[in-house]
Design a protein around this ligand. Structure first.
Ligand SMILES: [Zn+2]
Length: 156
């Protein structure tokens, strides 16, 4: 018998390789952890299809759970990951890390132009510099008040 509670706790401690301030569980990437006849199975939904971090994440999960026996990682791409799955705690951590978390639901994002507050000085005058930041899931912004650039985790 695998100690599922311990495995779950171990899995919940794994940081996202791109944004180490938040965990994979907080980002909503980990969909399930279950015991099968062959060991543990972890179901992951990558944030973006073709995200280069996906293999890295799967390797991290296998390594972290290796002590609990054989681990199978299954990628589930449907339903597609959405920023709606980021937990409240995950959003707070993103904000503290300097990345403004998604400001609306994925459904609203089509019409929504975010009015962002600077995560550093909380200034309200900000402008978008680029629709894409260091990764496709973020856009790059600048605070007009303190002059610092910051990233926004777009709603999808
Ligand atoms: Zn600022």
């Amino acid at each position: 018998m695998v100690n599922l509670e311990a495995a779950r706790a171990r899995l919940a401690s794994l940081p996202d390789p791109e944004i180490p301030a938040v965990t994979l569980v907080e980002l909503g990437i980990v969909r399930d952890l279950r015991e099968t006849g062959a060991g543990l199975e972890v179901v992951l939904t990558p944030t973006y299809s073709g995200c280069p971090a996906t293999e890295l994440i799967a390797d991290d999960v296998r390594a972290a759970l290796a002590e609990f026996g054989p681990v199978t990682v299954t990628l589930q791409r449907s339903p597609a990951w959405t920023t709606d799955w980021i937990s409240a705690e995950g959003r707070e951590k993103l904000q503290r890390y300097g990345i403004v978390p998604p400001q609306c639901s994925a459904e609203q994002a089509i019409r929504f132009v975010p009015q962002l507050r600077c995560p550093r000085c909380a200034g309200g005058r900000t402008e978008q510099l680029s629709r894409f930041g260091s990764t496709p899931c973020k856009s790059t912004w600048r605070c007009i008040e303190c002059g610092e650039p910051f990233e926004y985790f777009k709603s999808i």
